[in-house]
Write a protein that binds this ligand. Structure first.
Ligand SMILES: [Fe+2]
Length: 191
């Protein structure tokens, strides 16, 4: 029998097929459940409507950005691990990439002109809620660290290969979109 949670998880896996590319089932399920929690904590009826940023055109969605960051990060693991003889976990990189901005579902809300920062978005530093939900799911501190450290507002510098990769994958996808919109690029921001 299907219940609402199953429908929600199914929709999330449909929007973000990269979740199913995480081979460890427990980790893949945890990522999907955290997205469901984020969605349920918000007033967004359609997850695909959540924007990437309140400053970018609405067509720039969080789901598209998250999917692109996960795919870029996956390719970076494929290149960097063999190039430098490093052991870098594809599963863990994908999990961090897929969750790095999940807090935006709650940090943004619909407004008459599109979207704006919600009360939580104004009160909490970007990334905090995602990290909190990850802790609640029992994900380990290096995964939580990857999400906390991805943003320029973090005082913590990425300290695992997986976290470094997601940080740059996020900048790559963000900056091509910002350039297209005529906005200031992340790569030259200090905070
Ligand atoms: Fe991002």
């Amino acid at each position: 029998m299907t219940n609402n949670a199953d429908v929600g998880i199914e929709r999330i896996r449909e929007l973000l097929p990269e979740i199913s590319r995480i081979e460890e089932a427990k980790l893949s399920d945890a990522v999907a459940r955290i997205w469901l929690r984020a969605w349920r904590s918000s007033a967004w009826e359609e997850l695909a409507s959540v924007p990437k940023s309140v400053d970018l055109p609405a067509k720039r969605t969080l789901v598209t950005h998250t999917s692109a960051v996960a795919r870029i990060a996956g390719h970076m693991v494929d290149v960097l691990a063999p190039a430098h003889g490093l052991t870098i976990s594809k599963d863990r990189t994908l999990a961090i990439a897929l969750l790095h901005d999940v807090s935006k579902v709650a940090e943004f809300e619909q407004s008459p002109s599109g979207a704006r920062a919600s009360r939580a978005g104004r009160l909490y530093q970007h990334g905090f809620l995602g990290a909190h939900w990850m802790e609640d799911e029992g994900l380990d501190e290096e995964l939580v660290h990857g999400v906390l450290a991805h943003t320029p507002v973090s005082a913590v510098v990425p300290q695992t290969h997986e976290a470094v990769i997601v940080h740059y994958a996020d900048f790559a996808d963000s900056d091509v979109q910002l350039l297209d919109a005529g906005q200031r690029l992340f790569c030259k921001r200090r905070a």
